[in-house]
Design a protein around this ligand. Structure first.
Ligand code: IDP
Ligand code: MG
Length: 140
């Protein structure tokens, strides 16, 4: 299988509870490698731009407020079939529906404060990585 990249965010509910390491460990144990990582506090413009595809969804404003409520850790993850591998270890959007052993089942607080973001396709992964990282910041 091909080694690919995906984009991850450790969300404010997780950084607030000091779970950056716990989340990263679960990603690594799932066969993903952190090839770029930085802790940032997103601006409103940055968060609105990142979630632009969700602009018409009823939860958009709350989601943006949540994402700028504290620091996040943005990461580039590398591994075999990285997008799917990451989505599998993340678990379902709503932690109540997530499988045991997934990040969201084990760590998330709610459907909104669900601890992690992960790209949903190779194409979106490339766009999202470029939104936060320069190529020279990614070291595989
Ligand atoms: P995903 O993160 O599992 O890909 P998306 O549908 O892309 O889920 O939604 C993006 C984010 O928006 C979710 O991770 C979650 O934080 C938030 N969200 C999604 N659905 C709801 C909802 O029904 N209520 C509140 N927040 C939601
Ligand atoms: Mg999504």
């Amino acid at each position: 299988m091909e080694v690919t990249r995906t984009f991850s965010i450790i969300k404010p509910d997780a950084t607030r509870r000091n779970l950056t390491g716990a989340v990263t460990r679960m990603l690594e144990e799932a066969g993903l490698r952190v090839v770029a990582s930085k802790r940032i506090h997103m601006s409103q413009d940055q968060a609105e731009g990142f979630y632009a595809v969700h602009r018409e969804r009823p939860f958009f404003n709350d989601l943006v407020s949540f994402m700028i409520s504290g620091p996040v850790v943005v990461q580039v993850l590398e591994g075999e079939d990285a997008v799917k591998r990451n989505r599998d270890i993340m678990g379902a959007t709503n932690p109540d529906n997530a499988e045991p052993g997934t990040i969201r089942k084990e760590l998330a607080e709610s459907i909104e404060a669900n601890s992690v973001h992960g790209s949903d396709s190779d194409e979106n992964a490339a766009t999202e990585i470029a939104y936060f990282f320069k190529e020279e910041e990614i070291v595989g």
